[in-house]
Design a protein. Structure first.
Length: 176
């Protein structure tokens, strides 16, 4: 019986060649296994693609956010510099040094201009007080009168002493 069993045992290839039904059943199983493997591979590939797409989107969003932040910082710096330039111009218009601009520049143009006005008033007040304190008598000096040009009519009203004191001017007036 052992011999009969050995003889009856055929290898797989021989079995498939000799019986077409086995061949067909085997082909169906292989096709089914291939389609299952292909479907699993497609599903894994799609999942991997979605994962990579998600990582790429996250990276792009992070970079975009960083660039927006950097641009916002640059914009704020530029606006601050522009306000500082405007403050410097306003100070120069008021006869003050533009070097005060960095200390007077505020967060907005309105607050910067308010600071310039306040500073101008305080500076002028402090300057007047300092000048007055250094003057004798504690009073600021009177503004000088512009000398009037001498004419023949104005000479008639002058004394001899005044004429002698202004002789150079008198001689020029008489020449003309």
């Amino acid at each position: 019986m052992d011999e009969e069993r050995k003889e009856q045992r055929l290898d797989f290839e021989t079995l498939l060649r000799e019986n077409r039904d086995y061949q067909s059943a085997c082909d169906k199983k292989v096709s089914q296994a291939l389609s299952t493997a292909r479907a699993n591979w497609e599903r894994e590939r799609q999942a991997e693609g979605e994962r990579l797409r998600g990582e790429l989107d996250a990276e792009l969003n992070r970079r975009l956010q960083e660039e927006r932040s950097a641009l916002e910082v640059q914009r704020r710096d530029f606006e601050s510099r522009m306000r500082q330039v405007a403050v410097a111009e306003r100070l120069q218009q008021r006869g003050l040094d533009a070097a005060f601009a960095p200390w007077l520049t505020g967060e907005s143009e309105e607050s910067s201009m308010e600071r310039v006005e306040q500073f101008t008033a305080l500076f002028q007040s402090a300057l007047s007080q300092a000048v007055a304190g250094r003057m004798r008598g504690g009073r600021p000096p009177k503004s000088p009168k512009a000398p009037e040009g001498l004419t023949r009519e104005s000479l008639r009203g002058m004394s001899l002493r005044e004429i002698n004191g202004h002789w150079a001017e008198v001689s020029e007036a008489l020449k003309g």
